[in-house]
Write a protein that binds this ligand. Sequence first.
Ligand code: PMP
Length: 350
Amino acid sequence: MEFNLDTLVRENIKKMTPYSSARHEFSGAATVFLDANENAFGSPLPVNYNRYPDPLQWPLKEKISQIKGVPPSNIFLGNGSDEAIDLLFRIFCEPGQDNVIIFPPTYGMYEVCAEINNVAVKKVPLTRDYQLDLEATEAAVDANTKLIFVCSPNNPTGNSIERGAIEVLLNNFAGLVVIDEAYINYARQKTFITELTEYPNLVILQTLSKAWGLAGLRLGMAFAGQPVIDYMNQVKYPYNINTATQQLALEALSNISSVNNWTKTTVVQKDNLSEALLALPVTEKVYPSDANFILVKMTDARRIYEYLAGRGIIVRDRSKVMLCDDCLRITIGTPEENNQLLEALKKYMA
Ligand code: PMP
């Protein structure tokens, strides 16, 4: 299957003239900026935000490039990885005509973005052990299938998708294979970033919202071949990443060691919590997890969810989700929080 980006991109996107921001046209050294209708005096804050941010976030991309080993020109930064997901629909999927494939149970935003963009979603359920059904996937692909979303480690099941199966998609699908690696820092399986040079149809999504502890800043990353990244930059809002986020993310990315320590602690806590939950009669199964949460099958998930919520402990009720009957998704907290959860469950049984 030949990959041809030109046939994948919507005609209107190919033809459009991108917005040219005030600072686009000039790249030399200047000291007087009277080009962007900003307030020249400053901001009513200790730090000045009166100037527009860098539209392409070059210093931040340089830093991410060093950490990830991917050239800056292969990196897109978005307002969360959710922005990247939405952009892929808008660039590649013709409303009312094209379709995408997802593997439920999986992250909800792929379908939400599809609905917003009036793009059909073909659902190929994961197998009983939460892996890809390649035969059913092959049968689902048609000439209008533009994107396949693989979430690995998968939310809400927590497991990684087998690498070999993802490679089959990459080798055979003529559209884009989007691998959402939001939870990759917790996984035993390694990232697909190293395969970027092999596969022009590969897009990898990562985020600072999980292991990096920066969900409130909203910074998502997409890694792909430069032609795909160029389209994403062309379609995004000109100033999609604000100055505060750019500066703070740059600072945070220098503190890798604390992030690595939290990740290790989370993995240890996940094992401890899984073991402690399994010892409780309300727990039927804890699914193996490569993420910072566990999917737990319980005797009566909905009632337990409500009981916990009544005590101020919020978990995610997934009991109505396909292949997740009677399951709660529980994020790994601090040791104290995990203990509070366990104590509340013991009281529930008493
Ligand atoms: N992908 C997956 C699998 C997620 O679980 C989430 C957040 N729950 C996201 C993407 C979105 O993350 P962000 O905060 O970067 O938009």
